[in-house]
Write a protein that binds this ligand. Structure first.
Ligand code: NAD
Ligand code: ZN
Length: 252
């Protein structure tokens, strides 16, 4: 039996599966990853100089303009085969399935995933630092930053986790528990350098899970994985899950 067949058999037999995704999963939807050079207007900024509390304190309009641009890009994008296959896997496994994502693009939810933990927030939402209120942004055409809090009137910030900030504690705990329980863990399209999300792979391995990585490039997580598929996310998930999907899942 090939390593791929072995992994397929384990996935078919598993009742508890945990998945971690990163920017690579959305690349085939046309959303650039962080490590790729920024294009156009934003080429002269590094993401680290925009996605931080310091950057926002220094120049909130600049940071909001960057998020508004990314929000419009994501709103115009569509979930791809990888998002759909993960949603189909959830439909089969139900409560045994957990999807933790570092992505802020909202594409997993639009593909129908509900057992979803957005560890780094969502760029379609704003948060009020004064009163804690969260609000969805209006449609990109109608959006003019900064959004004002409907509860207290303060200018809001993007509801994402910036460099140097803590992850939402409840979501992180749930993700850690799911990776510790999982029989099979999948790590898809993440460079594996941003902690604590990257630590989920190690937790799963320590607890005895079979770890599969999907990434065209080797990462610091590769030595931990029993199988590394050096392919695009959609293609690799197709190979792993072929024949076990239910109906196709529509873009919502
Ligand atoms: P990353 O940009 O650091 O790494 C992306 C990884 O995806 C790389 O290892 C790359 O080799 C791999 N990759 C590239 N194309 C792929 C493909 N077609 N299929 C599978 N893998 C592919 O992203 P990260 O690991 O998610 O972490 C960095 C941070 O970037 C996160 O905090 C995240 O919030 C943020 N981010 C999110 C988005 C998004 O929401 N789509 C986009 C850019 C950055
Ligand atoms: Zn408020």
């Amino acid at each position: 039996m090939s390593a791929l067949d072995g992994a397929r058999a384990r996935l078919r037999a598993a009742r508890r599966v945990a998945v971690l995704t990163g920017a690579g999963v959305s690349k085939e939807s046309g959303i650039p990853t962080f490590r790729e050079a920024q294009t156009g207007l934003w080429a002269r900024f590094r993401p680290e100089e925009l996605a931080s509390p310091q950057a926002f304190a220094r120049d909130p309009q600049l940071v909001w303009a960057w998020y508004a641009w990314r929000y419009a890009l994501c709103a115009a994008a569509r979930p791809n085969r990888a998002h759909q296959l993960l949603s189909a896997l959830e439909a089969r496994l139900g409560e045994g399935f957990t999807l933790a994502t570092q992505n802020v693009d909202g594409l997993h939810a639009r593909a129908g995933s509900t057992r979803l933990l957005e560890l780094h927030g969502n760029l379609g939402r704003a948060r009020c630092e004064r009163c804690g209120e969260r609000q969805n942004l209006p449609a990109p055409e109608a959006f003019e930053p900064p959004p004002l809090c409907q509860r207290c009137g303060a200018a809001m910030r993007p509801d994402v986790v910036w460099f140097g900030e803590m992850l939402p504690e409840a979501a992180l705990k749930q993700a850690q528990a799911a990776f510790q329980r999982a029989e099979v863990a999948l790590v898809v399209g993440t460079s594996g350098v941003v902690y604590p999300a990257a630590g989920l792979a190690g937790l799963a391995r320590e607890a005895g899970a079979f770890l599969i990585e999907i990434n065209p490039e080797p990462t610091p997580l590769s030595p931990l994985a029993q199988l590394s598929l050096r392919q695009d996310a959609g293609e690799a998930l197709e190979a792993l899950l072929k024949g076990e999907e239910g109906g196709s899942v529509a873009d919502r």
